[in-house]
Design a binder for this molecule. Structure first.
Ligand SMILES: [Zn+2]
Length: 519
């Protein structure tokens, strides 16, 4: 089905500017948004991807304390680092906001205060007295990442208001401490949530929907809007706006920017907007995302929630969680300066791991085998086929070839539906197509069309290879799969791409390092 005339806004989660990104971060929300957006554009849609850093996440202050510099300087530095990391992985952003920048500062806070006012006017805000742990030495409340104790649900050590172990969300006073802490009574604002939420046909997994309902029950349908963290947008002398509670205010700002870029008359989240909105996030962000989006749109009828939610489970690395503190990770910056075919392979391999239904595992030997398979395909099939057809006129596509191509692209379409996004079935399709190349790539009449099919199938996951093949086949612009039988504007030319040998990849070094930390 053609996507012509349709407009999309994809928003992957907003990263905390307190460090660089590793492949576990990239493989989840960012890669999903980029792959899906490229696919939709290939089908004729206008699709924008927008996000930004989450400056007022409390972990920024922890990093600031470690580096002994002010939080805003930490934010600016890691914002730049994250921008670079996204570029290295060819995750293209139509806007990536730094909320502390001169350009966006006022717009960002404007949306927050506007939504706070609207929630107040709608009578959706509760004032709640709570006992906040207070550190008399440092003269600060222990909020966000400074709050530590035992989870009220599973009794494991936790930091903040969320337990990574059991998924519980709780209020600060519910934490238990071995050593008694001083408390002070404070008043905070909470948003009253409705228990009616229509999430069917939005792509959300049933297990996430049920944990959201559990959260509503346990928290009596309340979402925190202010916290006693000194780092944040000012609310009163003791509290600031809570970044997670207001995450949808941030998205509304992106919705406004998107509507201008798409020449639409209203915000992408306006109740009657025709722009299709897609949120991409890790499962750890699912509860706050859903609560803020559904809570605010429920209270402010002029806005609609996202049309689709793409949540991913975590990636493991060789069977264990990616971990910054244990140095068990592969960092994006290690790929800067490496050949684009390698970052293409990283994206392709990450896409082939199913993190939609369960956690997935990044295995070094599998990744290496994947790189070898792709390089072999380019060297043994793609390059010779391009040479072979360079000087002969291209014949129109035959009926059999057309049928094969249409059915492969239909399976790709099946994999790229926002309501059930399963990129690993798209990579499976690439593997099948490569197999068929053993015959087609060498047959005069079919070589061109086999190459075109490969180009269209790999492009969302491997944008560099896909784009270069598109140009080599004689087409202009970005790959599109709207009229399969369309002949190119120009003559076929060789692939303009440096083909690396496997020795050029520092795979063995990473394998050694990862294994060493794993052991
Ligand atoms: Zn727990």
């Amino acid at each position: 089905m053609s996507q012509r005339g349709k407009k999309y806004l994809l928003i992957p989660s907003v990263p905390t500017p307190n460090g660089g990104l590793h492949l576990g971060h990239i493989g989840g929300p960012y890669l999903a948004a980029d792959v899906l957006a490229r696919y939709l554009r290939m089908r004729g849609a206008e699709a924008l991807v927008m996000s930004g850093t989450d400056s007022y996440e409390s972990y920024v202050t922890l990093q600031a304390a470690k580096e002994m510099r002010p939080p805003d300087s930490v934010c600016h530095a890691y914002h730049e680092r994250i921008v670079n990391d996204l570029e290295v992985m060819q995750i293209s952003m139509d806007e990536f906001v730094n909320p502390l920048s001169l350009r966006w500062n006022a717009v960002y806070s404007g949306w927050h205060y506007r939504i706070l006012q609207q929630l107040q006017d709608a009578g959706s805000i509760l004032r709640v007295n709570e006992n906040m742990p207070w550190d008399p030495v440092r003269k600060m409340y222990l909020a966000g990442c400074w709050l530590q104790g035992k989870c009220p649900q599973c009794a494991l050590e936790v930091t903040g208001y969320f337990c990574e172990n059991c998924g519980a969300h709780f209020r600060p006073e519910e934490l238990s401490h071995d050593s008694g802490l001083l408390h002070r009574e404070v008043t905070n604002l909470f948003l009253r949530l409705q228990d009616i939420c229509r999430l069917s046909e939005t792509g959300i997994q049933p297990e996430i929907e049920s944990s959201y309902r559990q959260y509503l029950n346990r928290q009596q349908g309340m979402l925190r809007l202010t916290a006693n963290n000194p780092w944040g947008l000012y609310h009163d002398d003791e509290s600031t706006l809570f970044n997670y509670g207001f995450i949808f205010a941030y998205f509304l700002m992106l919705g406004e920017i998107a509507s201008q870029r798409l020449h639409a008359n209203e915000n992408a989240f306006s109740a009657d907007s025709s722009i299709i909105t897609i949120a991409c996030f890790g499962i750890d962000n699912a509860i706050p995302f859903l609560a803020s989006v559904l809570g605010i749109t429920n209270a402010c009828a002029e806005f609609k929630p996202f049309d689709y939610y793409l949540a991913n489970h975590f990636y493991l690395l060789e069977g264990r969680k990616f971990s910054t503190s244990r140095r068990h990770a592969i960092w994006v910056k290690d790929f800067s300066g490496s050949e684009k075919l390698i970052t293409d392979c990283v994206r392709y391999y990450l896409s082939s791991i199913n993190v939609r239904e369960n956690q997935g595992d990044f295995i070094m030997s599998e990744f290496k085998a994947c790189c070898l398979r792709m390089m072999d395909c380019v060297q043994r099939l793609v390059i010779p086929a391009l040479q072979q057809i360079a000087d002969v006129p291209i014949t129109a596509i035959g009926a059999d070839m057309m049928e094969e191509m249409e059915s492969a692209l239909a399976r790709q379409e099946q994999a790229m539906r926002p309501v059930r996004y399963l990129p690993q079935t798209a990579t499976d399709q690439v593997e099948v197509w490569i197999q068929s190349g053993e015959g087609h790539a060498k047959a005069d009449g079919n070589a061109f069309w086999w190459l075109k099919g490969l180009c269209l199938l790999v492009y969302p996951m491997m944008p560099h290879l896909g784009q270069e093949m598109w140009f080599a086949l004689g087409y202009d612009g970005a790959p599109d799969s709207l009229e399969l039988s369309r002949l190119p504007e120009r003559r076929v030319r060789p692939l303009e791409m440096r083909i690396v040998s496997i020795q050029d990849i520092s795979l063995d070094r990473w394998t050694r390092e990862v294994m060493c930390h794993a052991g």
